[in-house]
Design a protein around this ligand. Structure first.
Ligand code: OGA
Ligand code: NI
Length: 320
């Protein structure tokens, strides 16, 4: 618990153990927050523009691995309320969070800090994290935070809506790939994980990272990044910032979707930089295959040889 950044960071200089080597630290480089990452209006997918929207999603998935969606159907009030409750969680007194703190990555709902394995990592990351599975809801919810009082109710509604949206986007992706629209709708999207990141203001954002560069190992991610920037995506040899758009979701292709699409869609490296002014809270909703899913390139998307061999998803997790 003492290790949580938010616990000790106030008025302290950046500890040595948080300083990234020069090649991976952000430095003083000003990264343009740009609007090159496509913003897609999902409202239009229901009308005669559907094919156009499908093409936009596919193109964004190929070029950037990322896009944002607006008019996505998750009520604005629910997005705001969830973000409020996530922030409130991290603002609560320590006593109210202590029972959720764990250094065991296998714990099903846990508050932790830095990357997945604090004990084994060389450099620590400037973030605290709360994560828990969300499916099946009746089983998982018992392990979720009991405070703030409305956490379970608000977040349950939020995850149900986020899942619906994820499935809708996966239908559009399937159509774009020429697959039946329910292709991803069963085992390949069965599990869900919510990962809430809290990045306190940092004394020297040029030297450290909130999350180091990585790809998401799941099928699809829906990120609620609130109103504070920090997410950067690697594109054409440079980092670009993803502009926070109020009430939008940032969507990115996970490793499993890249594999199944036989590289027609890309799972792209991204990272999170910190800032010295304000705390940033973000919530990543991961759509994940069931452990017994067989992951392999879909045959109809293979021209010559597939880029990947088939494997069981649980074996992927074992090696990840
Ligand atoms: C993640 C992630 C981005 C962010 O949790 O995998 O990339 O902006 N988060 O917090
Ligand atoms: Ni990520």
């Amino acid at each position: 618990m003492e290790k949580l950044v938010s616990r000790w960071c106030k008025n302290k200089p950046l500890p040595e153990s948080y300083i990234f080597p020069p090649e991976t630290r952000p430095g003083n480089l000003v990264v343009p927050t740009c609007n090159t990452i496509p913003v897609i209006d999902l409202n239009k997918a229901e009308g005669q523009n559907r094919t156009h929207i499908v093409q936009q999603i596919l193109k964004a998935g190929q070029e950037y691995g990322f896009f944002q969606v607006v008019n996505h159907g998750v009520p604005e009030s629910l997005m705001n309320e969830s973000m409020d409750v996530f922030k409130e969680f991290f603002e609560m007194p320590w006593e109210d969070k202590a029972m959720l703190y764990s250094e065991d990555p296998k714990n099903s709902c846990r508050l932790s800090t830095s990357s997945v394995n604090y004990a084994r990592e060389k450099i620590h990351h400037w973030r605290d994290n709360l994560r828990h599975p969300c499916h099946p809801l009746q089983d998982c919810i018992k392990h979720w935070p009991q405070k703030p009082i409305r956490y379970r109710e608000v977040v349950a509604t939020y995850t149900i809506e986020a899942k619906k949206l994820g499935l809708r986007i996966l239908e559009l992706v399937s159509e774009g790939l020429g697959l039946e629209s329910r292709y991803f709708g069963d085992k390949l999207s069965e599990s869900e994980m919510l990962s809430i990141n809290h990045y306190p203001p940092c004394p020297d954002p040029s030297l450290t990272l909130g999350i180091a560069k990585h790809c998401d190992p799941n099928l699809l991610t829906l990120l609620h990044q609130g109103d504070v920037s920090g997410l950067q995506v690697f594109n054409n040899g440079e980092w670009i910032g993803v502009e926070p758009l109020h009430n939008a979701f940032v969507v990115n292709i996970g490793n499993q979707l890249q594999i199944i699409s036989n590289n027609k869609l890309k799972s792209v490296e991204h990272r999170v930089v910190t800032n010295s002014r304000v705390a940033r809270t973000s919530a990543a909703f991961f759509i994940v295959p069931s452990e017994d899913s067989i992951i392999e390139p879909e045959k109809s998307l293979v021209d010559d040889a597939p880029f990947y061999r088939a494997f069981e998803f649980k074996d992927f997790l074992l090696h990840y």
